[in-house]
Design a protein. Structure first.
Length: 420
């Protein structure tokens, strides 16, 4: 990796690192105190993936605010999400297959946490995702939060070990949702996942012709579609032994037009900070070069080389979006796969020996590939529907020889327009 690539990587991780704790937005919200008083104000909402251990509440948008922990309030809500303070059992037993053990015993602790409400009403369902990536689900019975039991462990039989599951939660829910006569058929096919359990509860409410008090709307996948155009500056370089007409030639920058379409898919539960940016674009470069292998004035060889490629490129990049006022600065890191849809690869060799001149024609690179792979780095800024991007790309070129390494380095300047 060259110095430019290293610099861009360091810059990208520096910006992300310095803003990793700023992924929050102060939005209207509320807390419910332990005396059941509702206080309306503002929540420092972070669209948590893991259940939060604390929440910052402000009575006014500008004040410093105060952190509340699960024992200090009974509930808070913001941005169509509700969190309940609850004293619960937490299963610390391993859940990853590689960590399972030959025992049915579970490791339980009691803790006070913020549970995320999935459905509230006559029958409620609540969710906890801990730092180990383990999901747990809870229901309410007799004003207490009861864990739906599901754990995995190993059994050994005939010298072989394999994982099995304790699906006690199915029996718990059959009793909990027994007012629906057909619920057992649904639960018997359910899995211990958020999507499956929410589906079972929705079936219960439809079956019993009752309504829930709250259910978070299913998040919609946000996709920005647009088009872009700009200028590409391409530098082609060859390294190796025995190909002096290529390795010693000076290929100047090739300036061309690049155009494409883009689809930026935003990842859920990160306040729109992370997205996957996908592009389909056309990029071109073209070179003509002369090189002379001079032996003496009556004996020399002239090489006239012409190399030109047009690529259809599929770019896939991880994007970090950093809002700054009404604009957004973004950084991309990803890969490109280019397929040559047209190319010129030819070489004219003129050998002069005293008064004899011989002209021969060859491929400039006898073993060339049509598939180019590249590494991409972007920095850009967007405002409303418009954006500007500066991109650096380094690719493996077209040579298939192990002793002739080709490298393409491209610099792009793009202007883009987002349709919606």
């Amino acid at each position: 990796m060259n110095k430019t690539s290293k610099f861009l990587l360091v810059l990208l991780f520096f910006v992300i690192g310095n803003n990793s704790y700023g992924k929050s937005t102060v939005v209207p919200g509320y807390i419910i105190t332990l005396t059941n008083d509702t206080v309306v104000g503002y929540i420092d909402f972070k669209e948590w993936k893991l259940n939060p251990k604390k929440v910052l509440f402000k009575k006014t948008e500008t004040e410093k605010g105060k952190f509340y922990y699960p024992p200090g309030i009974s509930e808070f809500g913001a941005s169509d999400e509700i969190y309940k303070s609850a004293i619960v059992d937490i299963d610390l037993s391993p859940h990853k297959t590689s960590q399972l053990r030959l025992t049915t015993e579970v490791e339980l602790i009691i803790d006070t946490v913020f549970l995320r409400a999935l459905i509230t009403g006559e029958k409620g369902l609540y969710y906890l995702l801990d730092v180990r990536g383990k999901e747990s689900f809870y229901i309410t019975q007799n004003n207490k939060y009861v864990r739906l039991v599901h754990n995995r462990y190993l059994v050994e039989e005939n010298g072989s070990k394999y994982p099995v599951s304790n699906n006690k939660y199915i029996g718990q829910l059959m009793l909990y949702l027994k007012n629906c006569k057909s619920i057992n058929q649904v639960l018997s096919k359910s899995t211990y996942t958020l999507k499956s359990l929410v589906k079972s509860f929705n079936y219960y409410y439809e079956c019993t012709n009752t309504t829930f008090d709250y259910q978070k709307e299913k998040p919609k996948v946000k996709v920005d579609l647009g088009a872009f155009a700009g200028i590409s500056l391409t530098k082609l370089k060859f390294e190796g032994e025995g190909y002096e007409e290529l390795t010693k030639a000076d290929f100047p920058l090739s300036t061309n037009i690049a155009i494409g379409i883009a689809g930026n898919i935003f990842l859920p539960r990160n306040l729109g900070r992370w997205s996957i940016n996908n592009e389909l674009m056309v990029a071109t470069f073209s070179y003509s070069n002369n090189y002379q292998d001079f032996i003496h004035e009556n004996r020399y060889i002239n090489y006239e080389t012409e190399i030109a490629y047009t690529y259809l490129k599929l770019n896939n990049m991880l994007r970090y979006n950093l809002p700054v006022g009404s604009t957004t600065i973004f950084f991309d890191l990803g890969f490109s796969n280019g397929l040559a849809i047209s190319h010129i690869n030819k070489k004219k060799k003129t050998s002069v020996f005293y008064d004899k001149e011989t002209v021969e024609y060859f491929n400039a690179i006898e073993r060339s590939r049509n598939h180019e792979q590249s590494l991409l780095f972007d920095i850009g800024c967007s405002y409303n529907r418009f954006s500007a991007t500066i991109r650096y790309e380094v690719g493996n070129g077209m040579s298939m020889y192990s002793d002739l390494v080709s490298t393409t380095k491209r610099y792009y300047i793009f202007l883009a327009y987002r349709f919606f």
